[in-house]
Design a binder for this molecule. Structure first.
Ligand code: SF4
Ligand code: SF4
Length: 357
């Protein structure tokens, strides 16, 4: 399908983003949903053609295929690094959901989640009973640790471990959510606003323990302002990882999709893991685990189908530890490993490097 001329556009998508696709199909083998169905409409190229059709009015925005495919897409951005035309699919998906999931059309399950993280005061309150990192750190602060919204509640040891690895990190108490949840779920402008507010609350470089948050923050505040934890640690010669355990652990890694496909961060975590154990590369490591932000909540069955391949490989490799770099992947893999009764421990990279095993 050729791009629509400017006069016939409905203004849902930024023209430069929508017109870039040359329909070559190189992205199809990289797409997890296409590999599940084999259907063109479940591929990146197919979805871009759906976007073009709603942009020109050939399809209604609430056409059942349009609605289904905008939600079936994981938003993993595995289609971006393989695209020869430089299509920014993640940005297109944000614009698509901004149109489709706005206000009354937003999936019901999303509403309480977005409400909970919309106000910094509510996010702070959620973290009060949990023992996440706290502290003034270096003054004046050259870098601040981002606590995240759900990570501070579900995995408070992650931020404590990050601070153990770099005690100079400052942890400002007034910080809220980065806005990624909003941006990926139909509230793009609010998501960008939250990122800017967080940028004001965190002085210096913002260090995050969540790949999804780092990519969103970097897209709003600029990549020079934001570092995913492994990038930060790899760039600091003074960081002393924990001593290797006596028996050498076999350790795999699950990439954060947005750190890998959005920021190009994949080498750093592997090199850091190799300092504390035997690094084992799984062939599924770079592919989405099915957590995908809110996907596991909105589409639990598809999420479990995507996860299955990962669990098969973890079982086959008989890993001691699987390291992750995102709270959503943490929960998804921890639950999957438990369900299958595998002996592998799932740990955040920060916990692994800080010796919290
Ligand atoms: S690889 Fe890029 S240009 Fe080719 S079909 Fe996929 S999105 Fe379009
Ligand atoms: S974001 Fe992931 S699931 Fe969606 S089209 Fe791209 S590769 Fe496929």
């Amino acid at each position: 399908m050729t791009p629509p001329p400017p006069t016939e556009r409905r203004g849902i998508f930024t023209p430069e983003l929508l017109d870039r696709c040359i329909s070559c199909g190189f992205c199809l083998p990289a797409c997890p949903t296409y590999s599940l169905t084999g259907e063109e409409t479940s591929s990146p190229r197919g979805r871009i053609n759906l976007m073009r059709a709603i942009e020109t009015g050939q399809l209604a925005v609430d056409d059942p295929t349009v609605v289904e495919e905008s939600s079936f897409c994981l938003g993993c951005r595995a289609c971006e690094p393989v695209c020869p035309a430089g299509v920014q699919y993640g940005a297109l998906l944000e614009e698509w959901r901004d149109e489709l999931w706005h206000e009354g059309r937003r999936p019901l399950k999303l509403r309480p989640l977005l409400w909970a993280v919309d106000a910094p005061a509510r996010v702070r309150l959620m973290g009060v009973p949990r023992r996440h990192a706290k502290g003034a750190g270096e003054r004046p602060a050259s870098a601040s640790l981002m606590l995240g919204c759900f990570e501070r509640v579900l995995y408070p040891r992650v931020s404590r471990s990050a601070r153990k690895l770099d005690p100079k990190l400052r942890v400002p108490s007034g910080q809220g959510c980065c806005g990624a949840l909003h941006a990926h779920n139909g509230e793009l402008e609010r998501g960008n606003e939250l990122a800017r507010e967080l940028g004001e609350a965190l002085p210096g470089t913002i260090v995050t323990t969540s790949g999804g948050c780092s990519a969103h923050l970097a897209s709003v505040l600029g990549p020079e302002r934001v570092k995913e934890l492994s990038q930060w640690l790899a760039g600091r010669s003074s960081t002393e990882p924990a001593k290797p355990a006596e028996a050498r652990l076999r350790i795999g890694f699950q990439d954060s999709c947005h750190a890998r496909n959005g920021l190009g961060v994949w080498k750093e975590p592997r090199e850091l893991i190799a300092t504390v154990g035997e690094y084992v590369e799984l062939s599924s490591a770079a592919a989405c685990c099915g957590a995908a932000g809110t996907y596991a909540i909105l589409r639990p069955e598809d999420s479990a189908r995507v996860l299955d391949r990962h669990l098969d490989e973890i079982a086959e490799a008989d890993l001691d530890v699987l390291a992750v770099a995102n709270p959503g992947c943490y929960r998804q893999l921890q639950q999957g490993v438990k369900r299958r009764k595998l002996r592998t421990r799932v740990l955040h990279l920060a916990e692994l490097l800080a010796g919290e095993r």
